[in-house]
Design a protein around this ligand. Structure first.
Ligand SMILES: [Cu+2]
Length: 182
């Protein structure tokens, strides 16, 4: 009977010990959180150090922001306008009875030209370049058309253009493209 009583008392004491340890642990957690918060508030010195570092970096950030903006504005329009003008040269060729004006066109080998073909005559005319498989199609009087001609790079020094309407070519509607070799 005594040993059972002692066992029961020992169990109660052990339970109380565990309970007190748990309570102490909870209290200790609450107690240590407060000083840890106090420690963070009590360390303003490291807060100043990181503040100084980012303060020094924003100054170079302003300089690069202004630098790229100016070159972008000046660079974009300049190259855009130059190639458009330089790449394709437009040549106006007028057709009438019975000739072309101009009758001779000078181009560079490898150059692409744009021909604005205008019929200033009173009959239907056209412009054909057999060796380049080019044809303007028939253009009515006062009509016009625009097409591009790519001059290949080879040894050919001239091409002939003519009007394929009736006997217009025999009557004088024939012209020549002189190719300037590089
Ligand atoms: Cu003709």
């Amino acid at each position: 009977m005594v040993s059972r009583f002692n066992e029961g008392l020992g169990a109660v004491v052990a339970f109380l010990l565990v309970l007190s340890v748990i309570c102490f642990a909870i209290w200790a957690l609450i107690f240590w959180k407060t000083p840890s918060a106090d420690l963070s508030n009590a360390t303003p010195t490291p807060t100043l150090a990181p503040t100084l570092v980012p303060t020094a970096s924003p100054t170079p950030t302003v300089a690069p922001t202004q630098a790229p903006v100016e070159p972008d504005v000046s660079d974009v329009p300049t190259p855009t306008s130059e190639p458009t003008t330089a790449e394709v040269r437009e040549i106006v060729v007028r057709a009438f009875e019975y000739a072309y004006d101009p009758g001779v066109i000078q181009v560079n080998a490898g150059e692409t030209i744009q021909i604005r073909f205008e019929n200033t005559g009173t009959m239907v005319h056209n412009l054909v370049i057999d060796d380049l498989a080019i044809s303007s199609g028939n253009i009515e009087p006062d009509g016009s058309t625009v097409f591009q001609v790519k001059i290949p790079v080879n040894d050919k020094s001239e091409y002939t253009y003519y009007c394929s309407q009736d006997d217009h070519r025999a009557l004088g509607m024939e012209g020549r493209i002189n190719v300037v070799q590089p």
